[in-house]
Design a protein around this ligand. Structure first.
Ligand SMILES: *Cc1c(COP(=O)(O)O)cnc(C)c1O
Length: 354
């Protein structure tokens, strides 16, 4: 918890003065648990939170009675009552959502955010809808704009010319719209420099230790430690095979430990044969295919007093964390965190205020 709070403060201290640092806690705070994570971020001083959908917003409102909460996926007709009751702000993504929200918000003047698409082509007003909105400002009348957002497609690649193009198009869109706080950057965008900060940044992944700087040293603190128990240890002769498909053949006689974690726990099948695990301060290879509930590791060189039944193996820690495991699995830290799943026994350690 202290690491998450420290990561948030680190980002807050990095953005230019006057820029608000929000936090994205969608997908159960990237799999880490929205309750404890949002409480820790709130205690650290965060006042604006983003989630993906209405259900997440309702759950977050029960955790944080006073925070501002924005729903990235927008507003759907028929959900006005829930939005109003929980004081949720939709991020309006198209003219239809704006119209639906207006019909609802006319009486209440409840705030909403507006998302302009500047090249991500996923959510947000496409250029033609932005033109229509600018030509007919009435479409926004009665809508209290809390912020105007856009989202970068290539923020993790400093060299990408797309970053500057999106920043330019975002600035142009802002000039054509009513004045409101502006926000362009998530985790990686923050590291592109002050001209990408505007009034509001909304990091997610970096808070949880995912490296926002692909290919460079991680400026964030590792957050998740994952351990699993050795369930069985066996001697295997040279030429013996391990696991499904007999995919691993022992080049010489050795010892193999079976560990109680598998792809159902987010220990990806694609992690073999590159991934490794930590035991007794050493790194040992994961061998054979990862199965649903089990992985096998080669503990031949490890003192049997350490590589024994009931001992814990380090699967994610400061030395080998989400970013390293993601690299070895051919994916990104985001997917590692959100795949961890409900079977792990979770212990929330460390005081967020420390
Ligand atoms: C998920 C998301 C974020 C957070 O992105 P990170 O890369 O995790 O910091 C910010 N904005 C939008 C629109 C998102 O969908």
């Amino acid at each position: 918890m202290a690491a998450i709070a420290a990561n948030w403060r680190r980002l807050r201290d990095r953005v230019k003065p006057g820029t608000e640092t929000a936090a994205v806690v969608k997908a159960d705070a990237y799999g880490l648990g929205m309750g404890p994570v949002a409480s820790a971020l709130c205690a650290a001083g965060c006042g604006l939170f983003f989630v993906a959908n209405l259900d997440e917003g309702l759950a977050l409102r029960r955790i944080l009675p006073d925070a501002r909460i924005a729903i990235l996926n927008g507003f759907a007709l028929g959900t006005g009552r829930e939005f109003a009751r929980a004081r949720l702000m939709p991020v309006l993504n198209d003219l239809g959502q704006i119209e639906a929200w207006r019909a609802k918000a006319m009486e209440t003047r409840a705030p909403a955010l507006l998302h302009i698409d500047t090249g991500m082509s996923r959510l947000g007003l496409p250029p033609r809808e932005l033109d229509r909105l600018v030509e007919s400002p009435d479409l926004l009348s009665g809508v209290e704009l809390a912020a105007i957002l856009s989202h970068l497609a290539c923020a993790d690649d400093r060299a990408s010319p797309k970053n500057r193009l999106q920043r330019r198009d975002f600035r142009m869109a802002l000039k054509r719209l009513p004045h409101a706080a502006a926000g362009l950057s998530a985790s990686s965008g923050i590291f592109l420099g002050r001209s990408y900060h505007f009034d509001l940044v909304r990091p997610g992944a970096a808070l949880y230790g995912v490296n926002p700087l692909v290919g460079r040293a991680n400026p964030m603190i590792q957050v998740v430690n994952l351990k699993a128990k050795i369930l069985q240890v066996r001697e295997i002769d040279r030429g013996g095979t391990v696991g499904y498909g007999a995919a691993h053949r022992m080049a010489r006689a050795g010892r193999v430990a079976t560990v109680g974690v598998g792809y159902a726990d987010g220990w990806f099948r694609s992690a073999s044969p590159r991934a490794s695990a930590g035991i007794a301060g050493r790194r040992v290879p994961v061998i054979g295919r990862v199965s649903m509930d089990l992985v096998t590791i080669d503990v031949t060189g490890i003192d049997p007093a350490h590589a024994r039944v009931g001992a814990y193996v380090d699967l994610l820690d400061g030395a080998y964390g989400v970013n390293e495991f993601a690299r070895d699995s051919g994916t990104i830290g985001y997917e590692v965190l959100t795949a961890l799943g409900p079977r792990h026994h979770r212990i929330y350690r460390g005081d967020a205020d420390s």
